[in-house]
Design a protein around this ligand. Structure first.
Ligand code: FES
Ligand SMILES: [Fe+2]
Length: 351
């Protein structure tokens, strides 16, 4: 698959990379091993020993050194071999492991997938996640679907009225316009439904009496696959601030061409009396995970299989009004990929 390279991807939640532990994860088809150096800094190395290509993640951490589990070569956090326990202990010049730039921000570890100088200022703003007290479980699942189909799913929120009917959407929310707002390469896809029955999740978080609400979904997408959903309910005709909702992250990182790391958490606001408990927080985590894992994933996986089964025979997809955001993110992404290809072209020709 053609991935955007000179950009950040979320590798893992910070809390998943624990002191003294090796953490293997494949990103963009590249097996990597993550760990914390003695000062706590996260390190990312190729998960491949230069000797016989064993995965380094099957080795051991000894202070800041990673010892290969097969024949014991030792590497420092830059991927340089610093000890050969065999014979005279000579260290071959090629005994190097590639290391990759990583930055910790917003409770996550971000991985730079390109060769250009990484710029941490390019990480999209997920500061909503910084207030731990209101954030639900930082969840991770691997979806058996390519990342672009998952973005298509997210940016067309009309599917909630069918796939998540009753929990996150309902039929009354359908006849509303889809507005797309673009600022540089960032887009927002906004839908408002007025005076409709509250979807179950939001009835639980708001009044619990099924009384009509105004409800919105305002999905922000930043390239390549980073989404933040502002979603909530408020009494009909009243400003958002009088209601409740959350900012949900849907930060996707391709694992392979057909599987995707899905990082999700929700930062609640406007928390109503009686819904402050950790039990409610857990329930929001569980309901969201259920929606993504048991409702979205089977549909997207099946959609992908159908697309593959028909192969080259595929017509262009029929477009509906609700596809406005989907069309836009593809257009921006195609431009970015083309620009990156062009950037790489002279080097490739010169080889
Ligand atoms: S494969 Fe790593 S030391 Fe031999
Ligand atoms: Fe969904």
């Amino acid at each position: 698959m053609d991935y955007l390279r000179n950009t950040w991807y979320l590798a893992a939640w910070s809390e998943d990379i624990k002191d003294g532990k090796l953490f293997p994860r494949t990103l963009l088809e590249r097996p990597l091993v993550f760990f914390r150096d003695t000062d706590g800094t996260v390190v990312a190395l190729d998960d491949r020993c230069p000797h016989r290509f064993a995965p380094l993640s099957m080795g051991k951490l000894d202070g800041g050194r990673l010892r290969c589990g097969y024949h014991g070569l030792e590497f420092d956090s830059a991927g340089t071999c610093v000890r050969n326990p065999h014979g005279a202990g000579r260290i071959p010049r090629a005994a190097l492991v590639r290391s990759h730039p990583v930055v910790e921000r917003f409770g996550g570890v971000w991985y730079w997938a390109g060769d250009k100088e990484p710029d941490p200022a390019l990480i999209p703003d997920f500061a909503r996640l910084d207030d731990d007290a209101q954030v639900t479980r930082r969840d991770h699942l691997v979806m058996d679907a390519p990342y672009d189909l998952i973005i298509d799913n997210l940016l067309d929120c009309s599917h909630t009225s069918f796939l998540h009917d009753g929990m996150l959407g309902n039929a009354e929310m359908l006849p509303v316009p889809t507005e797309v707002i673009q600022d540089g390469t960032t887009i927002r896809v906004v839908r408002w439904a007025r005076s409709v029955p509250p979807p179950g999740m939001f009835d639980m978080l708001f009044r619990g009496d099924g009384a009509p609400v105004d409800t919105w979904t305002d999905f922000r997408w930043d390239p390549p696959s980073h989404l933040l959903l502002d979603v909530g309910v408020t009494p009909p005709g009243r400003p958002k601030e009088e209601g409740t909702g959350y900012f949900g992250t849907h930060i996707l990182t391709p694992e392979t061409a057909t599987t995707t790391h899905y990082h999700t958490a929700a930062a609640r606001w406007g928390i109503q009396p009686g819904t402050e408990s950790s039990g409610v927080r857990l329930k929001v985590s569980d309901m969201r995970r259920f929606a993504f894992e048991e409702q979205d994933e089977p549909m997207i996986r099946a959609q992908h299989r159908t697309i593959q089964a028909f192969g080259a025979d595929a017509p262009r997809p029929v477009l509906l009004e609700t596809d406005a955001g989907v069309v836009r993110w593809h257009r921006i992404m195609d431009e970015l990929l083309a620009a990156e290809r062009e950037d790489n072209a002279p080097a490739a020709n010169g080889r």
